[in-house]
Design a protein around this ligand. Structure first.
Ligand code: ASP
Length: 330
């Protein structure tokens, strides 16, 4: 029995009518399991207030017959297109040289992942990341190469610097004082994790830290740091100052802890504790936030942050609500 078939059997998803497909290159094809949509079993969790609208779209996608992967792609496209969200896609804050450079990644339940980073002039990096996953032998494309690929795939170019973001940048330039702020919309990635039809997946998209150095890439497009999914265990996505998430491989760690039997909440707490001990305690003057969302294959979920102020949106059993996450530093 193939791993894939064994996996589906374990989840109780295998029936005679499910058509299994093979592999293309190193990629496992996610096949269509023709199962009934059970909204009560579908969960979508995402970061910050803009997660509410993203969750709505994700659940609508599921109810219209989409997969969990379709849901996390379509969901995060909402803040990507919203000029009023200053931390994602169109309307995102630029780097210190005035360029809006974006990072995004997506990971399915079968170990496939795609990502773009340091990409300019494309409103939906999440959809380009999905194409990287599905149409290339690679995982990450960056900068000009990612833009060339986007153009070849027919994505439309767009100037993403809005008047509002430009004005804010111009006033920031007067002092050019670079420092990360806690829970201020100078960052705030949308990260999303979803479970539907037994498939647990994740996505993440951001303009990164406002006024970052030109060329800076954060945690969001890095598999294992800003996001990670393992179809047999669970998924995690992160937001906050990506440098700390990169240095601790936070999302991978959370999923590994869940694999060892920890609940999503306990796994988030342990991962945040690591960041606190390694970085915050040694440099208490440095204020920064890290927020995590995690979900396991049984449908247990949690969100937790380093310091107070992180909010997450949860869509489950017909309700989509915004909740204040608990934090390890009170
Ligand atoms: N994690 C993102 C980055 O460092 C920003 C954020 O989520 O706030 O690029």
């Amino acid at each position: 029995m193939s791993n894939r078939r064994r996996f589906l059997k374990k989840l109780g998803l295998l029936s005679g009518s499910v058509a299994l497909t093979g592999t293309i290159g190193s990629k496992v094809l996610a096949q269509e399991a023709k199962l009934k949509v059970n909204q009560n079993k579908s969960i979508v969790l995402s970061t910050w207030r803009h997660g509410l609208a993203a969750n709505d779209k994700a659940m609508e996608t599921i109810l219209n017959g989409g997969s969990s992967l379709d849901a996390v792609e379509q969901g995060v496209r909402v803040p990507e297109a919203d000029p009023n969200v200053g931390s994602v896609g169109y309307g995102g804050r630029p780097d210190r040289d005035g360029h809006v450079t974006l990072d995004a990644a997506i990971m399915d339940a079968y170990g496939n992942a795609g990502s773009v980073c340091f990409i300019e002039n494309y409103m939906h990096p999440i959809s380009i990341a999905r194409k990287v996953m599905e149409k290339t032998p690679h995982v990450i494309l960056s900068g000009e190469g990612a833009e060339q690929f986007a153009q070849e795939q027919g994505f439309e170019k767009k100037d993403l610097l809005t008047e509002r973001a430009k004005k804010d940048w111009e006033s920031w330039k007067k002092k050019s004082n670079y420092k990360t702020e806690v829970n201020v919309e100078n960052h705030d990635t949308i990260g999303m994790v979803a479970l539907h039809n037994g498939e647990i997946v994740t996505s993440c998209t951001t303009s990164g830290l406002a006024y970052k150095m030109h060329g800076r890439v954060g945690d969001s497009p890095i598999i294992g740091a800003g996001l990670f999914a393992d179809g047999e265990v669970g998924a995690c996505a992160a937001t906050g100052v990506g440098e700390y998430v990169l240095k601790t491989q936070t999302s991978f760690l959370v999923v590994e802890l869940m694999r060892q039997g920890k609940s999503p909440e306990k796994a988030c707490i342990i991962a945040l504790q690591r960041i606190k001990e390694k970085y915050l305690d040694k440099n208490p003057d440095q204020a920064f936030q890290i927020g995590l969302i995690a979900l396991n294959v049984s449908g247990d979920y949690a969100a937790y942050s380093l310091v107070p102020g992180f909010q997450y949106a949860i869509y489950h059993k017909g309700e989509n609500v915004l909740i204040d996450a608990s934090s390890i530093v009170k």
